[in-house]
Structure formats: C-alpha cells, structure tokens
Design a protein around this ligand. Structure first.
Ligand SMILES: [Zn+2]
Length: 284
C-alpha cells in the first residue's frame, strides 16, 4: 500500500448531461428523459453512486422545468434504486428563483454555487440573496447541497453559511477547475483547496473534484490520489482522449474505476456514499 488513502472508498459522481453538450458534440450525450435514465443506469452499474442531473426541453435546450426534473427523478429511482440523485440549480438553465423550482421534489442532493465567477463567454451570476434563498429551500426540503466551488472564496463562503446555520452538517465541497476564464487546473491551488477544506471543516471532511474537458482525467487522478471523491461524465467532457469521443457516461465512469484501482481505493457503493455524505438511506 503506497497511497496513504488506500482502502478509503471513493465516491464516483457522474454528470450525465449538463446544459451545453449536444448530440453534434457527441451522440452519446443523453438528452431525453429515457436516454438519461438508460445512460445513468449503465453508469450506475459501472460504479457511479451519484448522478448529477440537468434536464432539457423538447428542443434540447436547458430548462429548470420542475415537471421534467420530477420525471427524471422518478425514472432514476425506479431503475437505479439507491442511486443518489443530485439535481442542478446551475445558472444556464434558468434565472433567479426558477433555478430552485425543483427543490420541493426533495432530491437527495442539489448543487449550490456559493459565489460568482466568469465562464467562457459570460458571467456566472450567483448573487448573495439567491444563494441564501437556494440554501434555505434546500434546508426546508432536506436536500443536501453539493457546494460547487469555482474559486477559493466560494469555499470560505460555505464556512460562513455553515456557521450561520444555513448549511447543516459538514459541507460537501466540490472543486471545479478548468473552466475557461475561471480557476484553471492548477496543482498548487488544488492542494491549497484541500488544506482549506480540512482547516475549515475538519480532517475527515469529504470533498470532491471536477475538471472540465481534457482536465477531467487530470482532476480525477489528483482527487483519487489525494483522498477525495471524483466527478466524471459527459457534462464536463465528451472525449476519452484527443482522438476518441467517449462512447457513454459509463465509459467515463470506468476510467475513474481504473484510477481507483491504481491507487488502491475501493469504489464506494451507494450505501457507503450515503453514509459518507450523511444522507438518508432509502426505506426498505
Ligand atoms: Zn451541472
């Protein structure tokens, strides 16, 4: 055992669709609800225990429509029992409080970005009053936030929210790196992020990392080697490598499973993932 984190289960999150990728980018991107359920099922069988979900309208454009989210959640719960369903409140699919209109569905988790930053062609706006409102809705409906941290200040903000009681339990932070015009995949910053999470939330606080495009596999490797949890999926990256498109979300999950094997990290089952994150276990 060469890795100090050997033996520690690694949660794999699969971000199946996102707001941006199209069938033209990669025909494997699941767009309709039935495609999403099928793609997630295959990824779940490959080892993913969290599905991070966006929904699209009939034209394939991102939407925050709670009815679509309800149908997706229902399909996933039926076909992938135990899977942790995480719904996105990201800003590309709606504006203002519409971004949280699906929270009364009481998914296990929802994403919550705790600050603003630049995206490739626009500002990713997360004003303080909207962050507070989304956090309050999540608390009200017993939805655990995954804190999408595109910057150091977003991690610090998460601590402030925890101290004020806006976030219950240990915050689950995800470092997002490699978005153009936001924080790149910088190893020194990554290591400092980990130190900051441990300083603010304790040495056992779980954390996760996501890299965009070619940085996906880089962040997968860094996270697994450093004792964190890993996010993959077609939302963040549609390629296996420079020459090949990823044939499915499951193929990207299997790529993380291989990295886990390399570092002697067992892949967390959905039950283990729920324990690590302090989520309810399904009835029965
Ligand atoms: Zn997303």
């Amino acid at each position: 055992m060469t890795n100090p984190h050997a033996g520690k289960p690694c949660i794999i999150c699969v971000a199946i669709t996102g707001s941006l990728p199209t069938k033209e980018n990669n025909p494997a991107v699941p767009i309709t609800i039935s495609e999403q359920v099928e793609s997630t099922h295959e990824a779940f069988e490959a080892g993913a225990s969290i599905a991070h979900c966006h929904v699209r309208d009939d034209e394939g454009k991102p939407t925050s429509d709670p009815d679509r989210f309800a149908r997706l959640k229902e399909g996933l719960e039926k076909h992938c029992p135990g899977l942790i369903v995480q719904l996105s409140t990201g800003g590309r699919s709606g504006a203002g409080q519409a971004r949280g209109g699906m929270l009364p569905l009481r998914p296990d988790m929802a994403s919550l970005t705790t600050g603003s930053n630049n995206f490739p062609t626009r500002v990713y706006e997360n004003p303080p009053d909207l962050i507070d409102w989304l956090a309050a809705e999540m608390a009200k409906y017993d939805v655990k936030p995954e804190l999408e941290c595109f910057d150091l200040s977003h991690i610090i903000k998460a601590q402030e929210m925890q101290q004020k009681g806006q976030i219950k339990g240990t915050p689950y932070v995800q470092f997002v790196m490699g978005v153009k015009n936001a924080m790149p995949a910088d190893r020194d910053v990554f290591d400092y992020y980990i130190r900051t999470v441990h300083r603010l939330f304790g040495p056992d606080a779980p954390w996760c990392a996501a890299g965009i495009g070619p940085q996906q596999i880089v962040l997968n490797d860094w996270a697994v080697a450093s004792g964190g949890h890993a996010r993959t999926g077609l939302e963040d990256n549609v390629r296996l490598d420079r020459d090949r498109l990823a044939p499915s979300n499951a193929a990207l999950v299997r790529r993380v499973v291989e990295i886990c094997n390399r570092y002697d990290r067992p892949v967390a089952s959905w039950r283990e993932a729920r324990d690590i994150l302090g989520l309810r276990q399904p009835a029965g």
